[in-house]
Unconditional design. Structure first.
Length: 295
């Protein structure tokens, strides 16, 4: 984890400073040389790249990711204001994905080859293929402009959550349904499931107490990847619905070339990914005693 985060910090630092001149980007083409020099001096951009890197790493290790070029506020404060909204939206979307995707995948596996199985697979393909922004625009046209049932932007009431959470959650549910179906089909062919069937155990009891726990590892893996990607995955949805979260902050920072904010958000996404991956790896030992015995 430490090595991965360090590499992300270093790569982001070098890539952003190689892509453009922050002083010129923030002040515009009409800025004088004196204004540019003062800006660089204020933000320590007049030092060598290596000196800037050492200062950045030292500050980052203490949780200081600098000041926003655009707002003049600490980057940590800007992110702290936005992240509760992103976590709320991502958490609701994640819950929708689990409540829809897992049961549909189980049903498709139980009734393999049936009309229900084909419907679930059609749902998975269609909702996975639809981009989030396109689905979000369709929802706004239907539920906001035509029917006027739901607000198209904002985050003050529960009604504001429905469309962005559905746009993100249904795409995740489609992925989860396919993985659940594949994992369940693989487990159903195992000898212990057949033995339970031979003993007269009912279909649903075999599914819930024999097949599903043993299919948990691949499901936990994909669910962990989804959870770690929630911050990055909300970028498009937050932009479409004008949701005041971290994803929209990232888009704003990139468009305004606010380098300090972009760096901090990239690191935040990397930290969330590697942390969830670690937790998923540790959960394998809790789910499967055979993993604990090998370690």
């Amino acid at each position: 984890m430490s090595l991965t985060i360090f590499v992300v910090l270093t790569f982001t630092f070098i890539a952003l400073r190689s892509a453009y001149d922050p002083a010129q980007a923030m002040l515009g083409p009409d800025a004088t040389q004196r204004e540019i020099a003062l800006f660089r001096e204020k933000w320590l951009l007049d030092r060598s790249l290596f000196e800037q890197y050492l200062v950045y790493i030292k500050n980052a290790l203490t949780g200081n990711f600098g000041m926003s070029f655009r707002d003049g506020r600490p980057v940590v404060d800007l992110i702290a204001e936005r992240i509760p909204k992103t976590l709320a939206l991502g958490g609701l979307s994640y819950l929708i994905a689990i409540l829809i995707g897992v049961p549909l995948g189980i049903l498709a596996a139980l009734y393999r080859g049936s009309a229900l199985d084909r419907l679930v697979m059609i749902f998975s393909v269609v909702w996975f293929a639809l981009p989030n922004f396109f689905l979000g625009i369709l929802m706004i046209l239907l539920f906001s402009l035509t029917l006027q049932w739901l607000p198209s932007s904002g985050s003050t009431t529960f009604l504001h959550f429905i469309m962005p959470a559905a746009a993100l959650g249904l795409s995740l549910a489609a992925i989860l349904a396919r993985f659940t179906r594949s994992a369940m089909l693989d487990v159903q062919s195992k000898l212990y499931v057949r033995a339970a069937q031979a003993k007269g155990v009912s279909k649903w009891r075999r599914t819930l107490f024999h097949a599903l726990p043993n299919a948990a590892i691949p499901l936990v893996t994909i669910m962990g990847l989804m959870l770690g990607n929630l911050v990055a995955g909300t970028v498009v949805v937050e932009t479409v619905f004008a949701w005041p979260g971290v994803g929209r902050l990232l888009i704003t920072a990139v468009s305004s070339k606010d380098m300090a904010v972009v760096q901090a958000l990239v690191v935040l996404i990397a930290v969330s990914m590697v942390t969830v991956n670690l937790l998923v790896d540790l959960s394998y030992g809790l789910l499967d005693p055979r993993v604990r015995s090998r370690t």
